[in-house]
Design a protein around this ligand. Sequence first.
Ligand SMILES: *[C@@H]1O[C@H](CO)[C@@H](O)[C@H](O)[C@H]1NC(C)=O
Ligand SMILES: *[C@@H]1O[C@H](CO)[C@@H](O)[C@H](O)[C@H]1NC(C)=O
Ligand SMILES: *[C@@H]1O[C@H](CO)[C@@H](O)[C@H](O)[C@H]1NC(C)=O
Ligand SMILES: *[C@@H]1O[C@H](CO)[C@@H](O)[C@H](O)[C@H]1NC(C)=O
Ligand SMILES: *[C@@H]1O[C@H](CO)[C@@H](O)[C@H](O)[C@H]1NC(C)=O
Length: 431
Amino acid sequence: MGHSRLLLLFSALHCSISAVTVIPLTLNIPKPYESDAAPVTSDSDLLSKLHTGSNLSTEPMFSTYTWEHNNKIPLNGTYASQDSFVRGAIDASAKHQHLVIQPQDVWLTVLKQLSFYLRKHKDDKEVAENWDNREGKATPSHSGLFLRDLARYTRDQFNLRSKADWMLEWARPGFTTISQHPYYMIQNSTEELMANALLMSSPYPSTEDMPAFPCKNGFPSITLNGTQSDWKAILEKISSLEKFGKEPKLYGRLLHAVVSRFVQTFDNPNDPATRLFWNNMITITARQNLCSSTELITGWINAFHMWTPAGNLAITAAVTTASEAVQLDGITFPWRHAKDTPIANSHVPMCVDGDSPISASSPILVGMLAKSVKQGKPEGYEAAMKLAGFTLPSTVAESDHSILQPLPIWIAHYNATGNCCTPDMERTGRC
Ligand SMILES: *[C@@H]1O[C@H](CO)[C@@H](O)[C@H](O)[C@H]1NC(C)=O
Ligand SMILES: *[C@@H]1O[C@H](CO)[C@@H](O)[C@H](O)[C@H]1NC(C)=O
Ligand SMILES: *[C@@H]1O[C@H](CO)[C@@H](O)[C@H](O)[C@H]1NC(C)=O
Ligand SMILES: *[C@@H]1O[C@H](CO)[C@@H](O)[C@H](O)[C@H]1NC(C)=O
Ligand SMILES: *[C@@H]1O[C@H](CO)[C@@H](O)[C@H](O)[C@H]1NC(C)=O
């Protein structure tokens, strides 16, 4: 008690709360998490679940889990999920889960989307000035394949493509939520690696079933982890999207309307307008109440999907009347059927010169590729419920609460069909 009061005082003094929890304007009763999918059992299992429908290898070389968790995936609560910031949020709303999101989840989602655009528009003046997306051929140093080598590899590759000084720092997440490994800057390197890799990735076809989506959906709570400055940093980053052309500029406008409200949430999470905004993340309230159509995503989450993997505009649905669409800052947001949410696996080619004469083609699969579901409620939930004046029915058990959180993941894996040749091997005539 005394301890937590002291902590509260401490954070108030420093004016930088490190997370905020908001209760949507509608009371949504938490429910135990149920899923037809089984949690993943290893990084190779995760890879095979993500590679459904493709001929790619399910044999991982190294992954997020190699360094951060001694190869151990938390077995009872990690599920494969592509594009898990968006799809995880849809799942959490459908199943009445508490949702926790971090700034890097949002930023990596945006970078992946932008990569689709950059590939298609490589010859546009605004893109070519900043980014030349040719296929690189560098290789990590022979000395070993440690995280720092992979991080250096993706950074070198990024620098080969980047034509503008600002881009490396801009892509780097750099949020306070990226906690440091006690001995190495492993988390920092991991997030940097992912940001760099995502922007230069190529999309490969993939599939994923969307879970059943009921009309009556909604989050019991949403927690934004990180400080307000972390979320403000995203706002600054998205203001640079316009440098890549007209469509990225429009993307930036849609995102600004949304992310500026994430930032405002820290000022007063109990403000009714803010809470209404969070109500409308997946389905707009009015529409939800009509409950005439399922599988229709009407909320502002659609703003995060601007392009299809081929780089075409994904925003096509015509909006009929204002009452049926989200409107923020004078922008009418699009609708989308859940089945039409863009999907692709993003890979960066990598060729590893091993000890043996043969080399291994080891593309890095990268993105928001999993979600964690843990029993419990977010730290700020009780206090936020009190502020909102809500009480849960006594029939709700403690064990009915669980928290869904999207997870950024990268996996370097073997490419069974790929032979490759590093510049060094070419030079020494080994291939
Ligand atoms: C996988 O391989 C089979 C047989 O070689 C081929 O018919 C199929 O088109 C391939 N699928 C993909 C997604 O490349
Ligand atoms: C929230 O961010 C902090 C770092 O600021 C981190 O230690 C913590 O694990 C994060 N919480 C969640 C639920 O991700
Ligand atoms: C993370 O990496 C960047 C770039 O290498 C570096 O500038 C920054 O200081 C690192 N952050 C931390 C907290 O070590
Ligand atoms: C997962 O397992 C850990 C350790 O066995 C346990 O503490 C935790 O409560 C479990 N979580 C769930 C959601 O079952
Ligand atoms: C695997 O190798 C084949 C043949 O070299 C190549 O066409 C394909 O793009 C590679 N896949 C990935 C994900 O790198």
